[in-house]
Design a protein around this ligand. Structure first.
Ligand code: ASP
Length: 363
């Protein structure tokens, strides 16, 4: 069940700031830090809305259950200087337990929240980190508003010494509240870095600096203020054609890995089980192995889409396709799991192969 909470901003005297120079950075008490304070006492704080979905950021392991959205908001350091935060408990589960229908629901709710609240600066979504990049890319493609959606999690849980969830949340709120984040699409914020949802990926099972954007790098960082260095060029959010209000359910699309001697019957099985598309996480620039070619021919005969991607983690397979009518689509440089999300939305929107290939060029 969902609950809506408003933060009580009662931490005015407790905030600490870092001096802005990296080398000589040191903690200083708030009284001495007034020059770095971005808000004057009379300036209204930007407003940010938080959807909490669960994950390690809210999962106390040593008893006590999961942190609620209210507890998460109260845990944000320096909240009185950052933003007025309201929140909703969307779910409180591991990221892998969130269903595709819940994704659609969340996409609709973020859109509705922006539509009915013109004064809102941005939205923050907490998520488990395991599939965080997938949820972030889904929101990047389906929230049709220029205001930022910042997806955040943590690697350490609230029962652990060095829990970084509260600091990451503060950073996420700062980014969501920053006018410079407008037009940047959905962003992934962890470990002081800002990544575009299109490129962010979890690269390590345990380390705090697990998220990066492979060869492309972060789009920004957070220190004494929010810094952006570059802007995503591909279509997203306000420029997106994907309308979650009109999509009843996402079609089944599976990802199948290439490895030496891989059998094509896994692709056949996916299609026979109802997959409308298969993303091939191919070797190198999209090569298959074993009898996967036979599986792909079978899938195409049955009317399924095949999107070719690379399992290497970076680089791409091109977007040439095999001609206007072929359902064999080039997935470009999207990670296989992200190509799956774009393909699900594409198939939910059109059955025309040239249109699907266009989407892989544009998004
Ligand atoms: N198992 C967790 C999840 O994805 C991991 C995390 O939050 O870091 O929900």
């Amino acid at each position: 069940m969902r609950t809506l909470v408003r933060a009580t901003l009662s931490v005015a005297a407790t905030g600490w700031l870092l001096t802005p120079l990296g080398a000589g950075a040191q903690a200083v008490p708030p009284a001495a830090a007034t020059q770095q304070t971005p808000q004057t006492p009379s300036a209204p704080l930007p407003r940010v809305f938080l959807f909490a979905t669960g994950g390690t950021i809210s999962n106390r392991t040593s008893g006590g259950g999961r942190l609620t959205v209210e507890e998460l908001i109260k845990s944000i350091p320096n909240l009185d200087r950052r933003a007025a935060v309201e929140g909703e408990q969307f779910s409180n589960v591991a990221s892998g337990a969130v269903t595709m229908d819940q994704w659609l629901d969340l996409g609709r709710r973020v859109n509705e929240r922006f539509k009915k609240d013109a004064g809102l600066s941005g939205v923050v979504v907490t998520s488990g980190t395991d599939t965080l990049e997938e949820l972030a890319f889904f929101l990047h493609l389906t929230v049709r508003d220029p205001r930022p959606v910042v997806v955040v999690g943590s690697m350490r849980n609230p029962s652990t010494l060095g829990y970084e969830g509260a600091a990451n949340l503060e950073d996420a709120v700062r980014v969501a509240a920053d006018p410079a984040a407008r037009g940047m699409g959905a962003l992934v914020v962890l470990n002081d870095e800002i990544h575009s949802a299109r490129e962010a990926t979890k690269t390590d099972a345990r380390l705090l600096n697990t998220f990066n954007s492979r060869n492309y790098g972060a789009v920004g960082t957070i220190f004494d203020r929010v810094y952006f260095f570059r802007k995503p060029l591909r279509r997203h959010t306000a420029d997106s054609e994907f309308d979650v209000a009109a999509i009843k359910a996402l079609p089944r699309v599976d990802v199948i890995l290439t490895y030496q001697g891989a059998p094509g019957d896994l692709i056949k099985a996916a299609v026979d089980a109802g997959a409308k598309g298969v993303v091939s996480a191919g070797a190198g620039a999209g090569a298959t192995s074993g009898t996967q070619g036979e599986g792909i021919s079978y899938a195409l005969e049955k009317g399924a889409f095949i999107v070719s991607t690379t399992r290497t983690g970076s680089g791409g397979t091109g977007t040439g396709g095999r001609g206007g009518t072929s359902r064999r689509i080039g997935g470009d440089d999207l990670q296989p799991v992200k190509a799956r999300i774009l393909l699900m939305l594409a198939i939910a929107t059109t059955d025309v192969p040239a249109e699907v290939q266009r989407m892989f060029r544009e998004y």
